[in-house]
Design a protein. Structure first.
Length: 174
């Protein structure tokens, strides 16, 4: 198993169906509780364990999800209110090394994820097909990305990081 991608990499080709989009929105809605369950009962020492050799500590994974998903919500709102805006990339590796990601209690980011995902799914559930066809330009990857595809990408992203935590727990028996 490649511990970097315990559920594989995100892959979707073709049109995004309404059923697929609804499932992805449900996945986004469920992520905060899944993240909370994934770290339930872990000690501070265990939260400081990397999910793989050379990888982030479990607490950094939780804080990263909050950082990443905050950025995603902003990107969605930019795409909904501007004509194919260029979004601002960020260096997720350097963000994960900041003191808040390394030292702050994960409860702060777990609560942030709960509030953010509640608001995000409320927005996602009101968008039209035309809204989901809106796009933003990502200057780092040089890709123009549709919002419907990004819903899937972030549904996967949450599951991907929860699996980092749960696969380590399974391997270590914790």
């Amino acid at each position: 198993m490649d511990f970097r991608y315990p559920i594989g990499q995100f892959a979707h080709t073709g049109e995004v169906t309404l059923a697929q989009r609804k499932q992805w929105i449900q996945d986004i809605a469920e992520l905060p509780q899944q993240a909370r369950e994934a770290v339930k009962g872990l000690s501070e020492e265990q939260l400081c364990m990397p999910y793989r050799e050379g990888g982030w500590m479990l607490k950094q994974v939780i804080h990263h999800m909050a950082d990443s998903h905050m950025n995603s919500v902003i990107r969605f709102k930019l795409a909904l209110t501007e004509d194919t805006p260029a979004i601002r990339p960020y260096d997720e590796t350097r963000w994960a090394e900041l003191s808040d990601s390394r030292e702050l209690d994960i409860e702060v980011s777990l609560q942030l994820l709960e509030a953010l995902h509640h608001r995000w799914t409320a927005l996602l559930n009101t968008l039209s097909d035309e809204d989901y066809a809106k796009q933003f330009y990502h200057p780092a990857s040089k890709e123009t990305m549709r919002l419907d595809y990004c819903v899937g990408l972030y549904a996967w992203h949450g599951k991907h990081h929860v699996a980092h935590i749960t696969s380590l727990r399974n391997r270590k028996g914790i």
